[in-house]
Design a protein around this ligand. Structure first.
Ligand code: FAD
Length: 613
């Protein structure tokens, strides 16, 4: 006998919602479900509770169990901690959706805006173990049965967005697609902070909020934030997606979870000899599509006619007019064919959002990261907390799969910051606690392995976090208040006072550094910038506490980069403290950021204070 579907219409709609494979369908079935159960999705405070009460369906119950477990975490204070907060989240990429979920668990009203109508990115994201754990605990497998089965550790961007969208909607997040954020509107009259939207008459334009989280991806940075550019050597990435028909032959082809030239010279040499394709690395993952990402050498792209004319400037080099699309398709196809040993029977391109063959070439030469993760604006006495998460905070290097891992960590950090905001912690303290310098150095190795203990509290995830290492006066510049407001005067006075007070709260740390580096040749610690340039002061600190780790007589003051690299490696290996800048940046006084250095030295101070392992 054929199996019977559910007879209750809301149960059937719930099934359709869970299985929906497009953003449009998810939203449609969700609206239908709300209608059938007579629940107002705008009633965010009690939406989830009502849904649970009215949808008495065994399949839904398995999901409620998961979500209830998450919601019962003490950090959320039973969903009461942010009930007075109204949050606008920009971007329904994975990070915007992930942070929206956390904010709703904290009890805030959350409105999320997305300019696109569809989720169309086939590209596949590598997931660190903690993100797999996190997503499973949010019920990912209920929405996408194949989610990270066996040893799979990746998922397409669109599938991830679909999972998170469903969870966000169930928890009462108001999601609007097809609406573009164009800037903030300052408070006026009775109105608080609002957003300028396109279309202008969109209902969300009337939403007033006190928290704005930007997860607009890539280089989208709201006003007031500065971006740093980290320039590496020219790196050209190619992504390609081929149709996966899920045949037995396709299933058998082995994935390539990352092969780099330095580890397999033979493979890359053969590829070059046989096809003329010269790569640094290649990754192949299977999901909805067969997905390949590779870093290609410029010379071979020129030779194969993919790039028409050579230019030193990467932007000019990869400008659409300088790329032969047909040749690019052939290049990607040949690389895919060779690297899978010709076993993928029919390499036919999948389609991208524009209905074209899904192949793209990107410049990885410059990576951007924001200088700060948050700031507070105040106008007419109304404060707005602004935070960045995801790619707009730290741009990931795709082949390393840092996008989602660091993106989710930042989403949790941002949620922790909003929690403090909701708890009435003074705004400068909220900003000071938001230590994001740690984020861009995180790896699966140096983050806690206790995934079940991960929460929005940074201390559950990062090793050696000191939430009070940054003093409030050090983040004064992140508080932007209009000049006529009385608190501007207060701020000016207090920052003057702080400056007169020399390094203020960091003075203790400076004294500690001076005490433990005193007497070392060519070491004279006077500040948190210039004094550390040669690397000798860092090495001296290490030598003072652990003379067995560094032979000071072997070091040369002029060999700054080497000294810095040595100190960084030892501190990472012995104390588990990841470096916060490159040896080159530290060797170059123009690039030393005082805050970063204070944070790094604070970690070192607490590291040496602990008993030796
Ligand atoms: P995104 O995923 O970029 O999401 C940002 C969202 O904000 C988008 O949906 C965008 O439409 C929306 N948005 C932007 N501006 C506005 C606005 N003004 N108003 C409203 N909405 C707005 N990573 C990999 O590991 N491997 C890959 O192969 C890979 N391919 C990628 C291909 C593309 C085209 C892009 C853009 C990114 C790719 N990434 C890849 C990066 C990866 O997608 C991100 O690290 C990950 O999605 C997390 O990003 P996010 O949520 O911060 O931002």
């Amino acid at each position: 006998m054929a199996s019977q579907g559910p007879v209750n219409p809301s149960h059937a709609t719930f099934d359709l919602f869970v299985q929906a494979q497009t953003c449009k369908d998810v939203k449609h079935h969700f609206t239908q479900l709300c209608r059938q159960l007579e629940i107002d999705p705008k009633d965010f405070g009690s939406f989830y509770a009502k849904l649970k009460e009215r949808l008495n369906y065994w399949k839904a119950k398995a999901l409620w169990t998961k979500l209830d477990k998450r919601a019962s975490h003490e950090d959320y204070q039973q969903g009461k901690v942010c009930t007075k907060n109204k949050c606008l989240v920009l971007g329904a990429g994975p990070c915007g959706l992930r942070v929206a979920i956390e904010l709703s668990l904290l009890g805030a009203q959350v409105v999320l805006l997305e300019k696109r109508e569809t989720f169309s990115r086939n590209n596949v994201l590598h997931l660190w173990p903690y993100t797999i754990y996190d997503l499973r605990e949010l019920g990912a497998k209920k929405f996408y049965g194949k989610f990270c089965s066996g040893s799979l550790d990746h998922i397409s961007i669109r599938q991830l967005q679909l999972i998170l969208l469903k969870v966000a909607l169930l928890l009462g997040v108001e999601v609007h697609t097809g609406v573009e954020f164009q800037g903030l509107i300052e408070p006026s009259g009775e109105n608080g902070w609002m957003a300028k939207l396109q279309p202008r008459s969109h209902p969300a334009a009337a939403f007033q909020f006190d928290v704005f989280i930007s997860a607009g991806g890539g280089r989208f940075v709201p006003d007031g934030f500065k971006h740093k550019e980290l320039r590496g050597k020219l790196a050209i990435g190619i992504t390609a997606n081929f149709i996966n028909r899920h045949t037995a032959a396709e299933t058998q082809v082995e994935e390539i979870s990352g092969v780099a030239r330095i580890y397999n010279q033979k493979f890359f040499q053969e590829l070059l000899n046989e096809t003329g394709i010269d790569l640094e690395n290649i990754v192949y993952y299977k999901d909805d599509t067969h997905y390949f990402v590779m870093t290609a050498k410029k010379k071979s792209l020129l030779k194969k006619g993919v790039i028409k004319q050579d230019h030193n400037d990467a932007e000019q080099l990869l400008a659409p007019a300088n790329v032969d699309y047909e040749a690019l398709c052939n290049y990607a196809c040949d690389a895919a064919d060779f690297s899978t040993g010709g076993q993928l029977p029919d390499l036919q391109f999948a389609q991208n959002h524009a209905g074209q063959r899904d192949v793209a070439m990107f410049d990885f030469t410059c990576m951007h990261r924001a200088e700060n993760a948050s700031l507070v604006k105040e106008r007419r006495g109304k404060k707005l907390l602004i935070g960045l998460v995801g790619d707009c905070l730290v741009e990931p290097f795709w082949p390393l799969g840092t996008g989602i891992a660091r993106g989710f960590l930042a989403a949790f950090d941002a949620a922790w910051m909003v929690r403090s905001w909701g708890n009435g912690v003074p705004h400068l303290k909220v900003l000071a606690e938001r230590l994001y310098q740690l984020l861009s150095q995180t790896t699966p190795e140096n983050t806690s392995k206790k995934y079940a203990a991960y929460s929005i509290d940074p201390r559950t995830r990062y090793q050696r976090v000191n939430l009070s290492s940054i003093q409030t006066h050090q983040v004064q510049h992140l508080y932007d208040v209009e000049k006529t407001h009385p608190s501007f005067k207060k701020q000016k006075e207090s920052s003057l006072h702080m400056r007169q007070d020399s390094a203020g709260g960091s003075e203790e740390l400076l004294k500690w550094c001076q005490k433990h580096t005193a007497g070392y040749k060519n070491v004279n610690v006077k500040d948190f910038t210039r004094s550390w340039r040669s690397g000798l002061a860092l090495c001296a600190l290490i030598n003072h506490f652990r003379p067995d780790l560094i032979d000071m007589s072997s070091l040369d003051e002029s060999n700054c980069v080497h000294n810095n690299q040595l100190a960084f490696s030892i501190l990472e290996k012995e104390l588990g403290i990841p470096p916060v800048m490159s040896p080159n940046s530290l060797a170059n006084t123009d690039h030393i950021d005082k805050l970063t250095m204070v944070l790094y030295l604070t970690q070192i101070q607490s590291g040496f204070a602990l008993p030796k392992k």
